[in-house]
Design a protein around this ligand. Structure first.
Ligand code: FAD
Length: 337
């Protein structure tokens, strides 16, 4: 029998996949993912022959280890630089103008090809992922951890690592988790994302735009990212403050309000407006991070990582998981109790 420690990772987004890959060979790792696919907020929705990256729009690469991994992804054709200029559309009316981080704006931007999900799918090739498996709770039993899922208990595991967004991780981790307060003190914003299919040949004077608008703050032409289909289409994000304020409103009303906002910047005919589909991200971006790159409770063999430990970016999710793996690998060599 293998003497490798058994590690359960909850979530197959960038953080969970990065962690699983880094622990490979040091532990017997299994990822539990509640949805049918990997990627989490690196997400792509396909509607007929049109695809929308309706989560992360692009990512930056500053960390050398992130670059090493993504160089290999680029060699395999699943990642490319997105060279589009992001324009700022005229200010309409807003009292709450978020400052633009000009240093970030200068960084080159990258996307998965042909979809944003292509990168996590490529990462997952070497990972053991149980799909459609939502972890409802975890409990300690006879010196090990057992995960409760809709399909029954799974385990035992020596370690459990939660990579779900902070509020979801907080619901899973036991009250005795040493860093529980740091998880609870983290704040995340919602985001409503509108996906609109334009008529063939439709033009917009930009590939992507940041806006100072009371309702929406981002429009991108998804078809102008590398390797996408020819049909013009838009991904439109609502502002974090507006999304939080309207989190529980009926989706048909929110859809109408976002379309009205979009029409202030882009003309739409009725067919284009009718095509609009709305996605609600309850936990999209990080308003207040945990302020530590990861949260590790070695006495209970529990940990958390994810973008929310550092900042709401794909690269931050990678960094959080990589740094947790650096700390975990020596601990995985410790003898069993
Ligand atoms: C609309 C939007 C736009 C964004 N734009 C950008 C951008 O332009 N650039 C950028 O860098 N970042 C952007 N981000 C943020 C970026 O997507 C995230 O920082 C990153 O993808 C987070 O990765 P993660 O692995 O930490 O979390 P996630 O991707 O959220 O992964 C967590 C996973 O855990 C799973 N899970 C949760 N609970 C359970 C459970 N109980 N059991 C099993 N599985 C569970 C989820 O299904 C999910 O797959 C954006 C996000 C959104 C939503």
């Amino acid at each position: 029998m293998s003497d490798l420690k058994r590690v359960a990772i909850i979530g197959a987004g960038m953080a969970g996949l990065t962690l699983a890959r880094a622990l490979g060979g040091h532990a017997a790792v299994r990822i539990f993912e509640k949805s049918k696919a990997v990627g989490g907020r690196m997400a792509t929705r396909r509607i007929d022959d049109v695809s929308f990256d309706h989560g992360a729009q692009y990512f930056t690469i500053r960390d050398p280890r992130f670059r090493d991994m993504l160089d290999a992804a680029a060699d395999d054709g699943v990642m490319a630089r997105w060279g589009a200029d992001i324009v700022s559309l005229p200010i309409l009316s807003s009292d709450d103008r978020s400052p633009v981080d000009t240093a970030r704006e200068r960084d080159p931007r990258y996307v998965g090809t042909p979809h944003m999900t292509s990168v996590p799918s490529w990462m997952a090739r070497t990972c053991d992922v149980a799909f459609d498996t939502e972890v409802a709770s975890i409990r300690h039993l006879a010196g090990a951890w057992v995960l409760q899922t809709h399909a029954g208990d799974v385990g035992p595991f020596d370690w459990v690592i939660a990579t779900a967004p902070a509020p979801q991780a907080a619901a899973l981790l036991p009250e005795t988790f040493t860093h529980r307060k740091a998880v609870l003190d983290t704040a995340m914003n919602a985001c409503f994302t509108l996906m609109v299919t334009l008529r063939s040949g439709a033009d917009t004077p930009f590939a992507a735009a940041r806006l100072e608008d009371p309702v929406i703050n981002w429009i991108s032409r998804n078809d102008r990212k590398p390797g996408r289909g020819a049909r013009p289409c838009l991904v439109v994000n609502a502002r974090p403050d507006w999304s939080d304020a309207h989190l529980s409103d009926p989706l048909n009303i929110l859809r109408q309000n976002m379309l009205a906002a979009l029409r202030r910047h882009v003309p739409l005919d009725d067919d284009e407006a009718d095509s609009a589909i709305l996605k609600r991200w309850r936990y999209a971006n990080v308003a207040r991070p945990a302020g530590q790159p990861f949260l590790l409770d070695s006495s209970q063999r529990l940990a958390c990582c994810g973008d929310w430990c550092i900042a709401g970016r794909v690269e931050a999710a990678f960094q959080s998981a990589t740094r947790l793996a650096d700390a975990l690998v020596p601990l995985l060599k410790e003898p069993a109790e």
